[in-house]
Every structure is written in structure tokens, then in C-alpha cells.
Design a protein around this ligand. Structure first.
Ligand code: T1G
Length: 697
């Protein structure tokens, strides 16, 4: 324990320093050490102030999430923080890096707070389905305006040191970078000024007027979309405004324990660790990635321009090629517009934008300009002939060791790699639209792809702040393969009697950001249409094939971009409107196929949707396209709008029970044996009474 927490004296300043890499989580051992050192510090007569600080890249990044779900061990964090707050000498929290959750709550227990530049301070517990359970919901609104406190706690987003200073959350942003030294200097100042301890708990709580509170509650409820933690967070803040401090702490604790016991918190903690596990691949362990600083992009359409911007915002040098000057200028314009909006959203400073456009970005019509590129990615039209032309030319001009990447969403990467003399350098990097916003990146590994090319794909993803998932080669890789399967189940439900609008309503009620028909309209119905046409030759003739979407496309109704798809999109009409003509087209197809529509309940819509998703996902894992079920969860959470508080389809299936999902599939199989073939992996796990989670380790 000595090495995790140590106490030194600097004159009359006691320095309690924690060293628990990688993020100084407040584990049991750290809490024991902290309590011991703190008490030792206070027991010294010469102690006039105590500084709490951490080594490494960050002050405490919160409670140790790995301890959740295990029997809690004393000293408990809330009690430790109360002990810190009760100290009879000033306690200073000297912070750097990410000060999060229980870490910020510990700092709120201190009497004074100083942070070095670049420090980020936040209470992200809500993103784990929890709330700040160590006094944060009671102390924060006593230090900063109630509206800011409510926003920080219900939203979970960290604030910068400067913003924290202007809110009154911290007392000083230090000029130096050494938090320990800055803390000691600040402590000396406080001692010299005769400053007293200043327990936040004894301060009056800032309040929101009832109307304001009501407004905040409505906004939080709307954004929650079924998540329970944000509401509980606001209940705790409201308790701070209406109850004495001690009673507020009790209320906070009760709400915290309720959330900790909830399925939602289990699901969100699963998502947290899954996103960190997904990049751990045996095949790239100890493999050094190739250096990637200069990137080439072929194709300046929506995806190409978005990929270029994602790279530029991450400090890479980008050359974008288009077939002619006009197209190249158009691509440069859209890159410029995306950078402009990043400036407007405060993600980029205007001078940085100017520097990027002046030095790091250029367009060309000559492939020869890729000669020095470390990686070139193509985002051109999805046809094998076009890919052949691009990769043949890249193979001729790119330097040895350059990585040749494809942004294809469906096509066979092994066939693309075989078009070059260097298949070991070919990899799939499947971005999601908009590429500079969506976090998911499927790293598609071909049969000849070299391990260091795979490692480079994952290293690039980390640099672009993407969540990368390894995918094997098949039609649609992980996400789109599963999407096209549950898409068939959704279309099948409509043919059987459900309205597309009822399906969207049921699934947004289930927690999806948008229903499948609204998503189709957003992405463009022509994309799905082109895909169905591409696969028509291979389609099983016995497969039920709903045609209503093809009818819409034949009418030129591709969705938002044409003002009409499944919904009607009219300026100023207050959002998309159901289209009665769509219902007519569907009814006509039912009549033509002799289908008598039947009522399909919301529960049935959800169980069919999830059964189709989980069944195909089990096949994707069974076929080795996804390494583990958690890879599927991370893919659907970060690329397909699956509700995070359900943890992903595989985690959800485990919560429901695989035997129940299998029962549903077997029932649906009776009416359509082609679509509803139970996946062997699902059958095996259900028979063995095992979960998908058991395959994640
Ligand atoms: N507990 C345990 N492990 C943690 C951890 C934590 N709080 N935070 C990070 N790790 C591990 C992580 O799994 C990974 O492990 C390694 O550290 C590096 O993390 C009472 C209840 C701090 C911004 O929610 O947001 O306090 O994979 O890859 O990208 O009210 O980690 O290497 O084995 O993410 O630089 C609140 C969670 C807890 C913060 C750093 N705190 N962490 O990001 O590295 S709840 C949080 C993060 C709480 C109290 C409540 C990020 C980070 P491995 P990383 P990074």
C-alpha cells in the first residue's frame, strides 16, 4: 500500500500523494491508504494544511468501476470524503488530467481546489447508469449555480479548468504544469492568509426556481429516451435544494443504490468495458503499428470528405484525389464547410482551421501525389470494377509499406486485395456517415492482411478517437450484415400487417434514436435498393421478398434527400409526416400476394426485431466475423443507434435469456423457415444454459 499512497511533509504542508496507474481509480487499497495517510497528516502538530494530489496522467478518475457489483469494502468513499471535509486545517485538492466522478467528489470534500491547465472536471456517473454517490449531488450545487450543477450531473460531460473557475467550482487555474508543486504553493498562500477550512456541505444550496426546475426536468426526460439515471440525478439535485445537507446525502445514497442494482447500470458498465476490451486482439499484441502521418483519400464525396476531415482534426496531413478539377474543388468546399462547422461548435479554433487548410490539406487529380503517403483510403462508388481501377493505380504509385485501405461497406476485401501485388498491406477501414462524427470504425481484416497493418488500423482509429472493431470478411462485415437481416424481419412485419410508422414508434419506445424506416429515409432508400439489386442473383427464391420499398424507389422517393420516402419531409411542417400513399402501396402488395393483414403489437414488433438481430449476430460470432459477442455490442452501440442503456443486442439477449430468444425464433420459424433459421451458436449456448457474456473473456 505504501507505494500507492504516500505522505510527505513540505514544511507545514502535508502532501498526500496517490499513485494507482493508469487513472488513479479510488480502489479499496487507495481508500485505505488515503484514510491512513490523511489521519497521519492530521495527527502531526506541524500540519497547517493538507494537499491531496496524484501522480501519472490524472487526478482520481473516479471510483474503481471494477469493484462495482462486488461486496463493498470500508472505508467507503462517502465516509472518507466526509472525514476530509471535517478536517480542522485547510485541505487542498491539487488536480491535473481527468478529475471524474468520485475523484471530483473527493475534491468537493476538500476546502480549496486548484487545477493545472488542461484539467477536465466532470461527474460522468450518469453514463454508467449511476449518479454521483459520494456527495457530489449535494456539494456541487452548494458551490456552483444550480443550473450548471444540474447540467453537469444529468449530462455527465466534463468541463474545462477555465469553465470550472468561472463557475466557482475551483479556486485557481495554475500557471505551472506540476499539480503537486502548485498545490503546495497555494497551501502556503492560504496558511499565510490565515484561511480556514471551508466545508462545502455547510454552504447554502443554490436553487432553481420551480418553473426553471420543471423546464430542466422536461428537457432531461426528453433526452433520456428510457434511461433512468438522468432522472434520478435530477431527483438528487432537487433533494439538495430542498433538504438539509445530511438528509440530502441520505437521499443521494438511496437513489445511488437503486441505480447500482438496476439492469441499466449493469448494461452501461458492460458497454464501458466492452469499448475498452474490443481493441485488445491477440493478433496485434506486441505488434508495432506502421507510422501514419500522411494520408491519401480517393474520392471526395460525403464519405471521402468526412474521412479527410476526421484525419485533419486529428493532426494528419491529407491529400484528397478526385477524377477532375471540378470534383476536386467540390470536395475541398465540403471539407472547408465541415471544418467551419467544427469552428462554430467550438471543436476547432479559427487559426487552427486556417493552418489546416493552408498546410495540411490539398486536393489533386494525380495519383502520383500519393507516392509518399503512409496510408491511402478509397471511398469511391461501391462497384468492383471501380475498386479494381483504384487499387491497381494505387499499387503502382504507393511506396513500399504504405497501407492501402478500402472504405467499402459490403464488398469482398479479399478480392480487392488480390487486385494488388501487396495483399498483406490491404485492409478495410469502414467508416460510418458522417465519418468525422460517428465513433465506429470497422477494421476489416483480409486473409492476407499483415498483423502490423491490422495494428496500424487500430492505432489510426485511436488517433481519430474512433472505437475500432475487428471484422472478418463477409458481405456487410459485422454491422451491415446484421442490419440487412433485421431489416428483412422489419419489412416482413409490415407485409404481415404492421404499419411502418407503428414499427418506428415501437422501436423508438424501445430506446432507439430513430426507427428503421426513419433511418432508411435519412441514409437514402436508394442505397438499400442498390444493395438488394446487387444481391438479387444470390437471393433464395423461397425467401419472402417485400417489394414496397422498391416501389417507392421506382417513384424516385429516396427519403429526406428527395423530400419523400416512407415519410414526407416538408419545410416548416414540424418534422417528418407519415405518407398515406406508402400505406396504399403496402396494401396493394398484400392484396397481390393474398396476404390478410393482422394486428401486430408493439411487444411483438420488438421481440421480432431483437430476435432477428440477435440470431444473425450469433451467426456473425459463430462464423468468426466478430471475435466475441462484445464486438457486436460495441458495433451496434456506436454505429447503429442501439440504446446504450441496454448494453448492446448480445448483452440484452443475456438479460432476456437466450432460451427465450430461441423460443421466439423457433416460433417464427414455423411461419418463415428461410428467414428464421436458428443460429447454431445460439442453440448451443441455450442448450448449455450459457450466455453470450461467457464468450467475452
Ligand atoms: N475504474 C476502473 N478502471 C478504470 C476507470 C475506473 N474509474 N477508468 C478507467 N479505467 C481503466 C480502463 O478500463 C482502462 O483499462 C484504463 O483504465 C485506461 O482507460 C462514487 C460511483 C479516465 C477519461 O466514469 O472515462 O466514481 O483497458 O482506455 O482513453 O460517485 O478511462 O487498460 O485494462 O479509457 O485515456 C466515474 C471512467 C466512475 C471515468 C481515460 N468515473 N474512465 O480515458 O483511457 S463512477 C468514470 C474514463 C464513480 C462515484 C461513482 C476514461 C478516462 P485497460 P482508457 P483514456
Amino acid at each position: 500500500m505504501a507505494n500507492q499512497v504516500n505522505l510527505t511533509m513540505d514544511g507545514s504542508v502535508a502532501v498526500v500523494r496517490v499513485d494507482n496507474p493508469p487513472v488513479n481509480a479510488l480502489s479499496h487499497a487507495v481508500r485505505v491508504g488515503l484514510q491512513g495517510s490523511f489521519r497521519a497528516a492530521l495527527s502531526r502538530a506541524e500540519t497547517k494544511a493538507v494537499v491531496i494530489c496524484c501522480t501519472g496522467r490524472s487526478f482520481f478518475a473516479g471510483a474503481d468501476i471494477r469493484e462495482f457489483g462486488k461486496p463493498p469494502l470500508a472505508p467507503f468513499l462517502p465516509d472518507l470524503i466526509t472525514e476530509i471535509e471535517a478536517a480542522q486545517v485547510p485541505v487542498i485538492a491539487a488536480m491535473h488530467g481527468n478529475v471524474l466522478g468520485g475523484g471530483l467528489e473527493a475534491a468537493l470534500g476538500a476546502h480549496y481546489r486548484i487545477a493545472v491547465k488542461g484539467t477536465r472536471l466532470g461527474l460522468p456517473e450518469v453514463s454508467l447508469g449511476l449518479l454521483p454517490g459520494a456527495g457530489g449531488t449535494q456539494r456541487l450545487p452548494r458551490l456552483i449555480p444550480a443550473a450548471d450543477a444540474a447540467r453537469m450531473i444529468t449530462g455527465g460531460k466534463p468541463v474545462s479548468a477555465d469553465a470550472a473557475l468561472s463557475m466557482g467550482l475551483i479556486d485557481r487555474v495554475a500557471d505551472g504544469t506540476d499539480a503537486r508543486a502548485e498545490g503546495i504553493a497555494f497551501a502556503r498562500e492560504l496558511i499565510a492568509a490565515g484561511k480556514e477550512p471551508r466545508p462545502a456541505g455547510s454552504l447554502l444550496c443554490n436553487i432553481l426556481e420551480p418553473a426553471e426546475l420543471e423546464g430542466v426536468r422536461a428537457k432531461v426526460a426528453r433526452a433520456a429516451r428510457g434511461a433512468i439515471a438522468p432522472i434520478a440525478c435530477l431527483d438528487a439535485v432537487e433533494a439538495a435544494m430542498s433538504l438539509p445537507f445530511e438528509d440530502g446525502l441520505k437521499k443521494e445514497r438511496a437513489l445511488f443504490q437503486e441505480l447500482m442494482a438496476s439492469d441499466q447500470s449493469t448494461a452501461l458498465i458492460h458497454a464501458f468495458f466492452a469499448e475498452r476490451q474490443v481493441g485488445k486482439l491477440p493478433e496485434i499484441e506486441g505488434v508495432d503499428p506502421r507510422a501514419i502521418n500522411r494520408m491519401g483519400v480517393v474520392g471526395g464525396g460525403t464519405m471521402g470528405a468526412g474521412i479527410a476531415v476526421s484525419a485533419l482534426l486529428s493532426g494528419l496531413d491529407v491529400t484528397l484525389a478526385e477524377r477532375d478539377e471540378v470534383a476536386a474543388d467540390r470536395a475541398a468546399d465540403s471539407v472547408g464547410r465541415m471544418l467551419e462547422s467544427a469552428v462554430k461548435r467550438g471543436k476547432l479554433a479559427a487559426p487552427q482551421r486556417d493552418a489546416i487548410l493552408a498546410q495540411a490539406f490539398r486536393t489533386t487529380t494525380r495519383y502520383e501525389d500519393f507516392a509518399q503517403a503512409d496510408l491511402v483510403i478509397e471511398a469511391v462508388f461501391e462497384s468492383m470494377d471501380v475498386k479494381k481501377d483504384v487499387f491497381t493505380r494505387l499499387d503502382e504509385v504507393c511506396k513500399p509499406g504504405a497501407i492501402l485501405a478500402s472504405n467499402t461497406s459490403y464488398l469482398d476485401l479479399n478480392r480487392i486485395a488480390a487486385m494488388t501485388s501487396r495483399p498483406q498491406d490491404v485492409i478495410g477501414l469502414h467508416f460510418f456517415s458522417p465519418a468525422h462524427v460517428m465513433r465506429l470504425l470497422e477494421v476489416v481484416v483480409g486473409k492476407d492482411t499483415a498483423p502490423d497493418a491490422v495494428a496500424s488500423g487500430f492505432a489510426l482509429a485511436k488517433r481519430l478517437k474512433k472505437v475500432a472493431v475487428r471484422a472478418g470478411v463477409c458481405d456487410g462485415f459485422i454491422g451491415n450484415r446484421i442490419l440487412s437481416h433485421y431489416g428483412k424481419a422489419v419489412y416482413g412485419m409490415v407485409l404481415a400487417g404492421a404499419s411502418p410508422y407503428a414499427v418506428d414508434k415501437a422501436l423508438t419506445g424501445f430506446g432507439l434514436a430513430m426507427g428503421p424506416f426513419a433511418v432508411g429515409d435519412l441514409a437514402g432508400l436508394d442505397i438499400g435498393w442498390a444493395n438488394r439489386k446487387r444481391l438479387a442473383a444470390e437471393r433464395d427464391p423461397r425467401e419472402t421478398y417485400p417489394e414496397f420499398a422498391d416501389r417507392l424507389c421506382e417513384l424516385g422517393r429516396f427519403g429526406r434527400k428527395t423530400g419523400r420516402g416512407f415519410y414526407i419531409y416538408e419545410e416548416g411542417a414540424g418534422g417528418p409526416k407519415p405518407d398515406p400513399e406508402v400505406e396504399d402501396i403496402i396494401a396493394a402488395e398484400r392484396t397481390a400476394k393474398g396476404i390478410t393483414p393482422r394486428a401486430i403489437s408493439e411487444d411483438e414488433i420488438i421481440s421480432r426485431y431483437m430476435a432477428a438481430m440477435v440470431n444473425e449476430a450469433a451467426r456473425v460470432v459463430g462464423d468468426g466475423i466478430a471475435l466475441r459477442p462484445l464486438d457486436v455490442d460495441v458495433t451496434l452501440l456506436n454505429g447503429y443507434g442501439f440504446p446504450r442503456w441496454r448494453g448492446g443486442p448480445m448483452h440484452y439477449a443475456d438479460t432476456i435469456g437466450l432460451d427465450r430468444i430461441l423460443q421466439d425464433i423457433c416460433r417464427f420459424h414455423e411461419e418463415d423457415p428461410i428467414l428464421w433459421q436458428p443460429a447454431p451458436l445460439l442453440e448451443r449456448l441455450a442448450a448449455e444454459g450459457r450466455s453470450f457474456g461467457s464468450l467475452n473473456t
